[in-house]
Design a protein around this ligand. Sequence first.
Ligand SMILES: *Cc1c(COP(=O)(O)O)cnc(C)c1O
Length: 381
Amino acid sequence: MPVTIPAHLLPADGRFGSGPSKVRPGQVDALVAAGARVLGTSHRQPPVKDLVRRVRRGLAELFALPDGYEVVLGNGGSTAFWEVAAACLVRHRAQHAVFGEFGGKFAAATARAPFLAAPQVLAAEPGSVALLEASPAGDDAVDLHATPHNETSTGAMITPVRAPGSAERGALTVVDATSGAGALPVDLAETDVYYFAPQKAFAADGGLWLAIVSPAAVARAAEVEAGAAAEGRWVPEFLSFTTAVENARADQTLNTPAVATLVMLADQVEWLLEQGGLEWAAARSAESAAALYGWAQAREWATPFVADPSHRSTVVGTIDLDEAIDAGAVIAALRDHGVLDVFPYRKLGRNQLRVGMFPAVEPDDVRALTACVDHVVAQLA
Ligand SMILES: *Cc1c(COP(=O)(O)O)cnc(C)c1O
């Protein structure tokens, strides 16, 4: 018999994806309002440049940028930024904290670059975290430390993010904040590059990368790019960090961006600021997370996947279900009722629910989701 969930249990909005994630109705209204004025017009003219300026200014305010830091953007999403960093930010050797798929993908990118030494990989089992370490000395020295802020594939987060000691010797700290930015507290002075994409906490569509960069990061890229030719190192224009910085300063991107994404992103940044900024956003995600993990801990058949409570992500919650319960059947029953995208990360292969709890998601909807899971599990039994 198919499982049915009574309407009164359902969340008001059933989107719990970990990226793409829920887009607020207000962002869609902003899109409609942008209509003929901005959509379908040149990205080199004032209306679209104004949008980019709103995004850059809004992010500068949201993150209270330290002196000299700036907001840079380009096309291709966070995945493209890994290649930008490999091409322009790593001088010789990178260090990667790897505790899930996304951290691993960046490590694979620098490992493949023929002009770089093999990266130092600090690995930890999925569900735990690996922390950056001060660089070894000598030939093995690393000049760039890379870590995810929030590992979206496992639901493990690092707070606070800290630069390891070797930053004093000029190494950069580069943080993949794709799913953490805008929903987790951060001290940007500990980072040189804090990069992300719009389809997670910023509730827009994918396709862009954004990065908050320090003067040291800008100087590193200038040095690497200037010396590249002499070293036989190729920096494609599309991957040039310096070119992206120059374009961002003029409120544009190297090539055509998706204007609709910029509209939704600008609206979300301003909405977050109106609600109370980063502190508000972080508290709201933390409220959702407390509801989710508290619920799981009160069930014999559900367990937070991340063992250490201080590393349990407040933006992407992962809950293992007892093997007697088929998580796939639970997820399918939820989907039939419009409760969407709570599947685990594909390659993790666990009997698990994964719940996006970005600031756009109402904490009450997370509570409603848990009630729906209770109901489905009881019916399946
Ligand atoms: C989603 C995600 C990415 C990939 O982002 P794209 O914009 O799709 O390239 C990278 N890192 C983390 C931590 C993510 O959550």
